[in-house]
Design a protein around this ligand. Sequence first.
Ligand SMILES: [Zn+2]
Ligand SMILES: [Zn+2]
Length: 218
Amino acid sequence: MPDTGGSQSLLRNNVNFPTFSDLPYENGVDPTYYVQGPYSFSPRQHWCFLGEIVGSYGLCRVLLRVKDKDGQVVTIGLYTDDRGRPLVPQIKEGHTVAVLYGEQHGFLDMTVGIRVEEPSIIRIIPCSLEQLLKASDEVAARKLNTQSICCGSCGKKENTSDNTHLRLCARCKQASYCGAVCQKKAWVDGHKTDCKALVWVQWFAARNWGVFNGYFNF
Ligand SMILES: [Zn+2]
Ligand SMILES: [Zn+2]
């Protein structure tokens, strides 16, 4: 089994964050994902599919077209009791859909994709897949201290002799700034979206994806 922890950027790990073609088949028991227990098969580890919204359709239920890390476009069908209605206001092209424990499914119209039956396993993350992956790289680099900490806007480093004290963004606790002016500027320049991506990456990073003892929910 590949190493899933340590130095790697979490969301680029293709075992716990697989592309569509790596997802297990709905009616199979892929040994990468399942292990035989005393009564039935249970997940060996956790996994989450990520795809960026490229379109949506569907009259009686929400059907999303999403592009995965490989660029493959697949359908995510909402077969929940609410048919995905609560998600509608959040559906936006360029935003990212996360589906826990997704499996490859063949729909009746011959398209392939993921059939979602439980609302608690799907979320729409308000940033692009690229932004989310970049945020994952940043969090990994910061953990290793390979990135020296400097102002996210002007690049100044912490320096007591000229009274430069960096303070962390209160939301993501990842970006740091030398003062309110730089913080405001960075927010308008794009941290507003990056910040959400960083907060989500930390939600993922706070969980142990390699060991299964009960399902995760959003
Ligand atoms: Zn600054
Ligand atoms: Zn932030």
